[in-house]
Design a protein around this ligand. Structure first.
Ligand code: P1T
Length: 385
């Protein structure tokens, strides 16, 4: 077997042409639409698949590729990032279990924890995980899991995956990292010591804002078996067409991520120099308080920036309405540049007080920098100021 580097795996793993007798040598995996699979005789097994909720050819190809990119044994694909998160936690936790989580998380993740899973007896404590000792101090005898996002959505804060995974492992806890913002191209949490990675494949992995999906990636067989059981039992699986779209998007992940990051650094520097901007949060800037950690644990700084405008909500609204290329919309990671207002959009479900204590004020804006010509993007921002 030839050793493949990242960009090669992103194109080939899971999609090897079948040149065995009966195979057609497809260069692109077929969108395998069958919901069910025939058996010759009741007591004879099927040819490998029974029912597409349980397993599907196109989904298998995607799961193989996702596992390869994160350097893992297994991946499980889901109908959304939230479906991946919910199925994961329902699979490995039980009533009374306690989770320590980074306080600055995607609003939907906090909503899942606080408004859904807490009703089933799971308990959550949020800490500022920029300081690993805050995580350590929050662990109690019921804690089973540590949940991290790094960089966080939307404040672009980092936590030390290796340091926190070591603390967790010593206490027998599982560490989960939501790697959506970096994608496997720029960050490899499992290599840094984490146990499980989750993704919203809606974002950089698919890359074109045309599909919603999620994934759980890991190497421990026992844990995989539990999640696999619940992937089928709960059933929040992606359609074969959605799997195809994510597989197709992943092929260009390496080149897209490079361009996202190049553009983002230039835009972050432009924003930093503008007198209508109070602060820019981008881990690639020298003055990001955790720039050194970013250099240590990430292979690039990604395409996400947040910044504080020097003005009130009305100025923010006017600024957004004057943009011509940036599209005002939730989500991120697509080829087109998106811009949004976390307090009124992605993080609106978090109570105002909590939001503001995290820094998600009315003047905070989040940008997902696309791969357009960066000079056009900068001109668009300049005109809108
Ligand atoms: O949207 P969905 O595919 O269900 O993924 C949820 C999710 C999980 N984790 C992170 C870090 C995310 O950013 C998201 C979704 N985020 C947005 C829609 C957003 O605009 O931030």
């Amino acid at each position: 077997m030839i050793t493949m580097r990242f960009a090669t795996k992103a194109i080939h793993v899971g999609e090897e042409p079948n040149l065995k007798p009966g195979g057609y040598g497809d260069v692109v995996v077929p969108i395998h639409l069958a919901s069910t699979f025939a058996r010759k005789k009741l007591d004879e097994p099927t040819a490998g698949y029974e029912y597409s909720r349980t397993g599907n050819v196109t989904r298998d190809a995607l799961e193989k590729r996702l596992a390869a990119l994160e350097g893992a044994q297994y991946a499980l694909a889901f109908a959304s990032g939230m479906a991946a998160e919910a199925t994961l936690l329902l699979s490995i936790l039980k009533q009374g279990d306690h989770v320590v989580a980074f306080d600055d998380l995607y609003g939907g993740t906090r909503r899942l924890f606080d408004s859904v899973l807490s009703k089933f007896g799971l308990r959550f404590t949020y800490v500022d995980a920029r300081d690993s000792t805050n995580v350590e101090r929050a662990i109690n005898e019921s804690t089973r899991l540590v949940w991290l996002e790094t960089p966080t959505n939307p404040m672009m804060r980092l936590c030390d995956i290796n340091e926190i995974s070591n603390i967790a492992r010593e206490k027998g806890l599982i560490t989960v990292v939501d790697n959506t913002f970096m994608s496997p191209y720029f960050q490899s949490p499992l290599d840094l010591g984490a146990d499980i990675v989750v993704h919203s494949t809606t974002k950089y992995l698919s890359g074109h804002s045309d599909v919603v999906g999620g994934a759980v990636v890991l190497s421990d067989t026992k844990t995989y078996d539990k999640i696999k059981f619940n992937q089928n039992a709960i059933g929040a699986v992606p359609s074969p067409f959605d799997c195809y779209l994510v597989l197709r998007g992943i092929k260009t992940l390496a080149v897209r991520m490079e361009r996202h990051a190049d553009n983002a650094l230039k835009i972050a520097e432009f924003l930093q120099s503008h007198d209508k901007v109070r602060r820019v949060h981008y881990p690639g800037l020298d003055d990001h308080p955790q720039h050194d950690l970013a250099m240590k644990q990430m292979k690039g700084f990604g395409g996400m920036i947040s910044f504080e405008l020097d003005g009130d909500l009305n100025y923010v609204k006017d600024f957004l309405s004057r943009l011509k290329i940036f599209i005002v919309a939730e989500s991120l990671g697509g080829v087109e540049s998106l811009i949004e207002h976390p307090a009124l959009m992605t993080h609106a479900s978090i109570p105002r007080k909590t939001r503001e204590s995290l820094g998600i004020t009315d003047s905070l804006i989040r940008v997902s920098v696309g791969i357009e010509d960066v000079d056009d993007l900068i001109e668009d921002l300049r005109n809108a100021f």
